[in-house]
Design a binder for this molecule. Structure first.
Ligand code: ZN
Length: 116
């Protein structure tokens, strides 16, 4: 390959047709996407920030579409499940303990305060 020669192997994709769940937008620029790969469960998800409503959304496309996005230049971020999930001291415990009666009482109080 001659010096300075640049070979473009990625398809020239500038937008992706995807529906924003919060508005009617159907086309999002490729720069707004990020591929997330969970190394523990070997699954890909794709997130994007809608340019109209600015909310984030995630989709779980099939691997062929994920590979197309990666080939088009979308960055990939690896992530892992928290280690605490496999810690025997912590596994099996419900981490969120809510006293439902107290919680309902507080919600009722807050609603009464709003009504006053
Ligand atoms: Zn939107």
């Amino acid at each position: 390959m001659p010096p300075g020669f640049h070979m473009e192997v990625a398809p020239m994709v500038s937008t992706v047709q995807v529906a924003c769940p919060d508005c009617d937008l159907r086309s999002v620029a490729i720069e707004r996407f990020l591929v997330h790969y969970c190394v523990d469960v070997d699954e890909y998800t794709v997130s994007f920030r809608c340019p109209v409503c600015e909310r984030c959304a995630s989709v779980r496309p099939d691997r062929t579409k994920v590979l197309l996005l990666i080939t088009a230049g979308v960055p990939v971020r690896n992530w892992a499940l928290p280690d605490e999930l496999t810690d025997p001291k912590r596994a099996g415990h419900d981490p969120v303990a809510i006293d439902e009666d107290e919680w309902r009482e507080r919600v009722d109080d807050a609603l009464r305060d709003l009504a006053d």
